[in-house]
Design a protein around this ligand. Structure first.
Ligand code: RM4
Ligand code: MN
Ligand code: MN
Length: 431
């Protein structure tokens, strides 16, 4: 099969072969939804408006602490990462935003990178700092922590790094900064819990003071890893407390993989909404922990329940509710572009399904303590196949009716394999 560029013309040609089936399915679903007094066009508009940012570190193959098995044609620079993000954007259309990780993505010339992104319809949405690794030539080590380190000089170095991220982000047009730290303890007694949190807060205050106008600062919690006994910012409650201590532009960020198994994440989301501090998400899925499976791959119902809370707040117009949706995944065995596309689609699916919840009926079931019917109401929405809505939204925006099939047919990966020969790699992916 001949390879083709993923441009508008070729995507349209590929869509042509699939359009008739899609129109049939869409019309049929429209009739079914009309019986439930739901206007399919309104849902398609919601799907079209949905946005989720793609992580630059997700387009390279990730790894575990045991090994990394590189994939073919991995990006070698931040520019090549953006080229891959652009493919995701062209085919699914809901992902114009990109999150950057510094120093992995530090550009020599920020304005050049910004132009490169914007000329493709992409934009840099959020910055992420990295004080969980040591970099070549770095003066002081983060082995025993960074923003919460016992040594003030290490804390200062970690603060300076975050300030550099803010500066860079300003020239790139970003508006969020996410701080996740690896600080914690591996042994009981290693850390003085209260003093460690005080030190973290002091460092975060220094960062918060320099937050550019209109920006939001996101605090990302995680209960374990790389520290396995305790982490300084281990849970949403601590994150919420710290956000309040810092000020009105600090928010909690929920990474779905950063909770111990069986945690009721949707309830945490509702709490943060209620307390006005839900900043955003790092979406992924997990079976045992932060193993960064693709969003919606093992717990699609949980993803739906999270979006049920989000859509509920959106429809109620909860004041200040404006979370940033971002993916944060490490792809070890898949083509990262395919994983990111399918994950973005899973998020739109959960979002549209959440719009199908009959909230008036749910309210009645809740006030009459009818547990069975309350669940049925959610299940009716979750069990509706909204695939044709998602495909129609993509199609109308010039994206792909079947993103993975069109991506594979285009031969993009084979082309990158030729153009980006294996060898010295940039720090694509997470090891
Ligand atoms: C962490 C956390 C951060 C991400 C790093 C790479 O576990 O999820 O958000 O930036 O991994
Ligand atoms: Mn994360
Ligand atoms: Mn993580």
């Amino acid at each position: 099969m001949p390879e083709f560029d993923l441009n508008a013309e070729h995507i349209a040609a590929e869509n042509d072969a699939r359009l008739e089936c899609l129109q049939d399915d869409y019309a049929h679903l429209g009739l079914q939804l009309a019986r439930r007094n739901i206007d399919i066009e309104a849902l398609t508009e919601q799907a079209t408006a949905f946005r989720v940012a793609v992580p630059s570190w997700g387009v390279g193959t990730g790894g575990t602490r045991f090994a990394r098995f590189p994939g073919p044609g991995e990006p070698r620079s931040v520019f090549e990462k953006l080229e891959d993000c652009d493919v995701v954007f062209k085919l699914v259309r809901s992902t114009p935003g990109v999150s950057l990780h510094i120093p992995w993505d530090r550009p020599e010339c920020p304005s050049e990178l910004r132009t490169f992104a914007e000329s493709r319809g992409l934009f840099i949405e959020s910055m992420n700092s990295n004080t969980f690794q040591d970099q070549p030539g770095q003066a002081l080590s983060y082995k025993y922590g960074s923003l919460a380190h016992v040594d003030a000089a290490v804390r200062r170095q970690a603060v300076e790094h975050n300030l550099e991220c803010l500066q860079l982000g300003l020239s790139l047009g970003a508006r969020y900064h996410t701080v996740w730290i690896g600080d914690g303890g591996n042994f009981p007694g290693q850390l003085h819990f209260r003093r460690a949190l005080d030190r973290y807060l002091d460092s975060m205050r220094a960062i918060y003071q320099q937050l550019p106008d209109g920006w939001r600062l996101f605090l990302e919690h995680k209960p374990y890893e790389p520290a396995f006994y305790s982490t300084v910012l281990g849970d949403w409650g601590t994150s919420y407390h710290c956000a309040r201590e810092l000020g009105p532009h600090a928010y909690s960020l929920v990474d779905l993989g950063h909770h111990v198994p069986n945690t009721n994440i949707e309830q945490i989301v509702a709490r943060l909404i209620q307390f006005g501090r839900l900043g955003g998400f790092h979406f992924n899925d997990s079976k045992n922990g932060d193993d960064d499976l693709d969003a919606g791959s093992v717990k699609p119902f949980q993803l739906f329940l999270v979006f049920n809370e989000l859509v509920d707040a959106e429809r109620e117009q909860v004041p200040g509710f404006d979370p940033a949706y971002m993916l944060d995944q490490s792809h070890n065995v898949t083509d990262p572009i395919e994983s990111l596309m399918t994950s973005a689609v899973e998020l739109v699916r959960a979002y549209v399904q959440a719009h199908l919840v009959d909230r008036e009926a749910l309210d009645v079931h809740q006030t009459t303590n009818d547990a069975v019917m309350a669940l049925q109401t959610l299940k009716q929405a979750f069990n509706t196949d909204v695939g044709p809505i998602l495909a129609m939204a993509r199609y109308r925006e010039g994206g792909a009716i079947d993103p993975v099939a069109i991506y594979r047919a285009s031969g993009y990966r084979r082309r990158t394999e030729r153009a980006r020969p294996a060898g010295a790699r940039s720090s694509a992916g997470i090891v």
